[in-house]
Ligand binder design. Sequence first.
Ligand SMILES: [Cu+2]
Length: 126
Amino acid sequence: MKKSLVWMLSLIWFALIGNTFAAPMVGNAADYQVTVSVSPFPPRIGDNVFSITVKDKYGKPLNHADVKLSFFMPSMGMSGPKVNAQESKGTYAAKATLAMHTDWQLLVSIKPKTGKKVTANFNFKV
Ligand SMILES: [Cu+2]
């Protein structure tokens, strides 16, 4: 009983980890390459965790930036959540609550320690 529960939980765990890296969206903000993964994937109504990596034009990860996520529903002319991402081991992550089934636009704004703020634009569906 206990053993099968552990087995089931580890299956769920690996499924979640797998989903974190499924079909990341890749975009650009000025010279930076920005990759966004969503867990769960595909994103759903409710809480979703967005994980973001930023690389400079030499492929070097950008650390210690201020990364903010702003969500919009362009077809409804509505704004969604605005959240600050927390950095951990080179990845910026933020939880966002998406309330509607619609087309979403995500603006990732990146303010490096030095240099000006740049923005990457992504589109996805819930
Ligand atoms: Cu809406």
